[in-house]
Ligand binder design. Structure first.
Ligand code: UDP
Length: 419
């Protein structure tokens, strides 16, 4: 029987409530009071966040907490996702890659699919919002397609655009310059030729109260790890990431192979989920599996990474790797630091915002450097633990959802000072 595909349109994501007060024990009363006062001029403001997917990847991770916290602060916030066809998400992944520096041919047909899907979504969007925050390239054309109307439109980029293919950046720029404002993770990512009203720098954040980040008892950690066929009592390297060229899972396996002779019993876990907007994931997962060559101590896990599993593996890791070759920010780094683990990560994109090399973790530029730093962690566990503790404090001050919320409130107030 032929199945009819549903019409393309936007959908609101249901969210569990969160309360700001619950964060007092973690960040202190002053931080929460500061947020409440920043939210005062914005009470009742209607906010829509729009992104491509409700699961998988950093943007979904951020919005799950940010939107309920905006509500707790008195704003009327919602999260909407666009819908798209497989062809659309293949094209947007290509655009994403090209914006990070990979070659791409975007044919006129591909452009027209990208625009047609956005047009269908734009026509289903009822705009009765004061602030509309559109995340990343997938839904970027919504603003120019929606025409004039109420609200302040903000485009937020979570990508490192410094190596963008100029042709693709020019293509995206034509949509983005229709917005009133833009948000980037760091100043270095703001393209020199972007002409837009206002720009803010807001780094992403993690939620310390989410299932992924709350403390969990040791027995539960052991059970979650054991259930995946991994020995919770042997040394463990962990990388939690989509299977993707830029996350370098093949390089992670090479690092493991380089250090294994010096660390008896060492195991490696690669934990990756398939994001709905990432059609390349399966292909890259298969390449990673092939590179592991059936080694029983290399666990290439796919779609077993519920929040509890991610939490357990990060918590138990002897060291966390994030061997990215490009990275907008790297929430997995933040998650590892928050669990006070030694983190060894690529010196790219937003990662150096989080890691001060040798102080709160290690920044590396090659398999050899990563292996060298992993050996340092095993060689001096006390120093590594101290480094992890310092990393946790950096996250507490700068990269929790409370800090994220405050940054948005300040930016909204700046954009609409007279409300
Ligand atoms: N993640 C997950 N399960 C997995 C792989 C990743 O929950 O199997 C989560 C990870 O914990 C993090 C997010 O997906 O919260 C990835 O965000 P990041 O900024 O590191 O990378 P992105 O995927 O956005 O490039």
């Amino acid at each position: 029987m032929a199945t009819e595909s549903p019409p393309l349109g936007m959908r609101r994501v249901p969210l569990a409530p969160r309360t700001l007060e619950a964060y007092v024990p973690i960040v202190g009363e002053d931080v929460i009071a500061d947020i409440q006062s920043a939210a005062r001029p914005l009470q009742g403001a209607r906010v829509a966040h729009i992104s491509a997917t409700e699961r998988g990847g950093g943007v979904a991770e951020i919005l799950q907490s940010l939107v309920p916290l905006m509500r707790s602060a008195g704003l009327d916030a919602e999260w909407h996702i666009i819908s798209g066809t497989d062809a659309f998400f293949t094209i947007t992944k290509g655009i994403h890659n090209a914006l990070q520096g990979m070659p791409l041919v975007l044919s006129p047909e591909m452009q027209s699919t990208y625009l047609a899907v956005n047009r269908a979504n734009a026509s289903s969007f009822t705009n009765d919002f004061d602030f509309i925050v559109v995340h990343d390239p997938q839904p970027a054309p919504l603003r120019p397609m929606h025409g004039v109307g109420r609200g302040i439109w903000i485009w937020q980029s979570h990508i490192d655009l410094t190596m963008s293919d100029p042709a693709y950046w020019a293509f995206m720029r034509s949509f983005i310059e229709a917005y009133d404002a833009a948000i980037f993770t760091m100043a270095a990512f703001v393209p020199w030729d972007l002409s837009i009203g206002t720009v803010a720098i807001i780094p992403p954040a993690i939620d310390p109260l989410s299932q992924k980040n709350v403390p969990i008892p040791d027995e539960q950690v052991n059970r979650a790890i054991g259930a995946q066929g991994v020995d919770p009592f042997r040394p463990l390297l962990v990388q939690v990431s989509r299977y993707d060229h830029w996350k370098d899972p093949l390089g992670v396996i090479d690092v493991f192979r380089a250090v294994r002779p010096a660390v008896p019993g060492l195991q490696l876990v690669l934990l990756g989920a398939l994001a709905l907007d990432d059609p390349e994931g399966l292909h890259y997962y298969q390449r990673t599996l092939a590179h592991a060559e059936g080694d029983p101590d290399i666990h290439v896990l796919m779609n077993v990474g519920g929040d509890l599993e991610v939490n357990a593996f990060q918590r138990r890791a002897s060291a966390i790797l994030q061997k990215s070759l490009r990275e907008g920010f790297g929430l997995t780094v933040t998650e590892g630091l928050w669990k006070a683990r030694p983190v060894v990560a690529g010196n790219v994109g937003g990662i150096p915002l989080q890691i001060d090399d040798g102080v709160t973790g290690y920044l590396v530029g090659s398999v050899e450097q990563a292996a060298h730093r992993i050996l340092a962690v095993f060689g001096d566990p006390a120093a590594a633990a101290e480094m992890g503790r310092r990393g946790r404090e950096v996250v507490r001050h700068k990269f929790l959802s409370t800090a994220n919320l405050r940054n948005y409130l300040q930016f909204f107030a700046q954009l609409r000072p007279t409300h």
